[in-house]
Write a protein that binds this ligand. Structure first.
Ligand code: ATP
Length: 345
């Protein structure tokens, strides 16, 4: 049913038990589905090693550069992306290329990948499927955790809010510090994996580099501005999208501070479980774009005792509608470290 493509191949193991997937030379058994996105399914998989006597030097262990990315029990997350046209194929290839540029403990590493061509049922162009392999984090995303806590009327303690946020900053600093700087473009609670740890704040890992691109763009015409807005409407989640990506001037220098806006929205969401602009609109509805462009922020009644006012001021500082005066990631890190020493026991 499949054939090799671009020197890479992932083949269903049709002969040996159906449920197995090969990614290049390694075989994985699907355990269960973990989640799904637009055109993707994410599965919990377990590596199948035939030569168990030398497990440390076979299979994925041979392939992965950093041994700390290997799991003790052979389980991983496998994302299967359904590709229906050339544009989607290019997007997956770009996600794979961009992911390989990053290496940081707070950025989810891509361990292996394969793209296969699927024979069309009728005359026509070939379809493709991509398989991307990642370390698995079974405690879910920041969004899953926030939703579960909201249902129980619980909130993260201030020290956890700051520590989760600090880790996201560390991951973004890595991306913004590359040459050329890369913007993630979709920083939001649904793209952060959390792992609970005993006696420590949760581990936070930023994932999904499908929208990450070189951050700096010189916009010099109306059509370039419109093209950027159109790209952003497809790649940057609306409640977390910076004002300059909604209403881009015909003469603008866009940079990685689009992520700082999303980071400010994400800090708010770590505290209150929702983007500030979704909260501002409330149940009455209204225009998300207008709320964002006007940086219309409201503070919920929140937990008792409430979060320190300094955290609210910190969010407001990041949600500066004029990108040129918005802080950079290094400024944010200096500030969050001060808040951590002030508010963490
Ligand atoms: N490494 C992982 N470990 C555990 N669960 C994961 C992992 N990666 C993804 N998931 C789960 O699968 C879901 C979908 O993954 P992901 O966000 O990468 O897909 P997507 O197609 O890019 O989604 P979207 O359409 O929201 O951009 C996540 O919300 C999460 O619940």
């Amino acid at each position: 049913m499949g054939c090799s493509f671009s020197g890479l191949n992932a083949l269903y193991d049709a002969v040996n038990g159906g449920g197995d997937v090969w990614i290049n030379d390694n075989r994985f058994r699907i355990v269960r589905q973990l989640g799904e996105g637009g055109f993707a399914y994410v599965y919990l998989v377990k590596e199948v090693i035939s030569d168990a006597s030398s497990a440390a030097s076979v299979g994925l262990a041979k392939k992965v550069k950093d041994p700390s990315h290997l799991s003790d029990d052979g389980t991983y997350a496998m994302k299967k992306v359904l590709i229906q046209n050339n544009e989607q194929l290019e997007l997956v290839r770009e996600e794979i290329r961009v992911s390989s540029l990053f290496s940081h403990p707070n950025l989810l590493p891509l361990l292996d990948h394969a793209i296969i061509a699927i024979k069309p049922t009728q005359e026509g162009s070939w379809n493709h499927e991509a398989y991307l392999l990642f370390p698995v984090h079974l405690d879910g995303t920041l969004l899953d955790n926030s939703n579960a806590m909201k249902a129980k009327k619980e909130f993260f303690p201030t020290s956890d809010v700051l520590q989760i946020f600090r880790q996201l900053c560390a991951g973004l600093k890595h991306m913004h510090g590359l040459l050329p700087p890369y913007a993630h473009n979709d920083v939001k609670p649904g793209n952060v994996l959390l792992t609970r740890r005993k006696g420590q704040a949760p581990l936070a890992i930023l994932m999904d580099f499908g929208s990450a691109r070189p951050a700096r763009k010189q916009i010099r015409s109306r059509s370039e501005a419109l093209q950027l807005q159109e790209w952003a409407s497809e790649h940057c989640s609306a409640p977390f999208r910076a004002p300059e990506l909604w209403d881009c001037p015909s003469d603008a220098d866009i940079d990685e501070r689009t992520d700082i806006w999303s980071l400010g929205c994400t800090l708010y969401a770590i505290m209150y479980g929702v983007s500030p602009f979704e909260y501002a609109l409330g149940e009455s509805g209204g225009s998300l774009q207008l709320a964002i462009i006007n940086a219309q922020i409201k503070w919920p009644a929140g937990p008792k005792p409430p979060y320190p006012e300094a955290l609210h001021q910190f969010v407001t500082w990041m949600l500066q509608p004029q990108a040129a005066v918005r802080p950079q990631i290094d400024d944010i890190i200096i500030h969050v470290d001060k808040l951590i020493s002030k508010f963490s026991q």
